[in-house]
Design a protein around this ligand. Structure first.
Ligand code: ZN
Length: 90
C-alpha cells in the first residue's frame, strides 16, 4: 500500500477524513496531485460533482481547498447515513 502524503497538512487531514468515510484516494494526474473517489458512485449519489474531486498539489488557498474536500465528502455521506427526519439541533 502506497503511503503517499499530501505536502500540505491541512489537505492531508482532509484526505484522511475522506478515507475514513470510505473514499478512495488516487495519487497522480497531469495537473492535480490526485483525486478522491466517492464510494457510492451511482446516479443517486453524485455529490454535486460526479463523485470525484480533484486534489491540487499546490492550491492557492490550502485552507479553502481542504474545506472543499470535506464539504464534498459530507455531502455524500448524508446519503449513506439515511437518518430519519429529526431536526434536533443543539
Ligand atoms: Zn457520492
Amino acid at each position: 500500500m502506497a503511503n503517499k502524503q499530501h505536502p500540505n497538512k491541512e489537505i492531508q487531514a482532509a484526505l484522511e477524513y475522506a478515507v475514513t468515510k470510505g473514499w478512495s484516494v488516487k495519487v497522480g494526474g497531469s495537473h492535480a496531485w490526485g483525486k478522491i473517489y466517492c464510494p457510492y458512485n451511482d446516479s443517486e449519489c453524485r455529490c454535486g460533482i460526479f463523485c470525484i474531486n480533484s486534489i491540487s498539489s499546490t492550491p492557492r488557498n490550502p485552507t479553502n481547498h481542504a474545506k472543499q474536500i470535506r464539504k464534498v465528502v459530507d455531502k455524500c455521506i448524508r446519503l449513506e447515513e439515511k437518518q430519519p427526519t429529526t431536526s434536533n439541533e443543539g
